[in-house]
Ligand binder design. Structure first.
Ligand code: ADP
Ligand code: MG
Length: 216
């Protein structure tokens, strides 16, 4: 078993790096959303993560544990971000600490459980299934990797396989017709376009991978 331990400061760095990623990819994500949505996905996420990062020092200071830190961050995303992605990513962060209440450190197994819970909250909120051309097309294959993980495997390898499965899941949205979200209205015209939320979701999870690599 791995001795990898993630504390509140780890999750603070993750939130900071997620904010930096969204700034870097803002125009790219917005461009994807211009193709099959209303052209605001990168802008929406940027508004939300900027606010989280503006409040991050205070959030870290007043949050006694990881679950509270992430819950409060999720509430900011939910409150600040217009559009579908605010409530969906808000739900992810609000629910991912449900099984680790009060903890100021989590191990790799607990981290995997947190992501599985967060993804389940997104699905509960959005009611999207595999193949609906949404961020669930990235999350669901990733969750399957985490659920079937080998307890003796190297955590970085496991988490890389999780991110790879999410990335492949995002790519799998290209030939699809949307069954949820704004792209639904496009019908067959959505074919050939990558779903913006599936792209942002694997990229955000990749930020956790990059921080895990720094932690080992
Ligand atoms: P909006 O569509 O309201 O403008 P965004 O552009 O920020 O919001 O986010 C769009 C993304 O949200 C889509 O690319 C898709 O991945 C995701 N999405 C939309 N509806 C759902 C849903 N019901 N379940 C899961 N994800 C969804
Ligand atoms: Mg949009």
């Amino acid at each position: 078993m791995s001795e990898l331990v993630m504390d509140s400061a780890f999750f603070g760095h993750v939130l900071q790096d997620m904010g930096a990623l969204i700034e870097k990819e803002r125009d790219y994500l917005t461009g994807l959303d211009s193709d099959i949505g209303d052209g605001d996905h990168g802008i929406n996420l940027s508004i939300g993560f900027r606010e989280v990062n503006k409040q991050l020092d205070e959030l870290l200071a007043v949050s006694p544990d990881i679950a509270t830190l992430l819950k409060k961050s999720g509430m900011i995303l939910l409150g600040k971000v217009g559009g579908a992605s605010g409530p969906l990513y808000g739900s992810f962060f609000m629910k991912c600490g449900a099984d680790v209440p009060g903890k100021t450190e989590v191990n790799f197994d607990e981290l995997c459980g947190m992501i599985i819970n967060g993804a389940a909250a997104v699905q509960h909120r959005g009611k999207a299934e595999l193949g609906d051309k949404t961020m669930m097309d990235a999350f669901l294959p990733g969750v399957e990797v985490l659920q079937n993980r080998d307890a003796n495997a190297d955590p970085i390898e496991t988490f890389s396989a999780f991110v790879d499965a999410m990335h492949a899941g995002a790519q799998s949205t290209i030939p699809l017709i949307a069954k949820k979200g704004r792209a639904l209205r496009l019908g067959e015209r959505a074919i050939g376009h990558l779903d913006p939320g599936s792209e942002s979701s694997w990229m955000l999870m990749n930020v956790i991978l990059e921080n895990l690599k720094k932690a080992v």
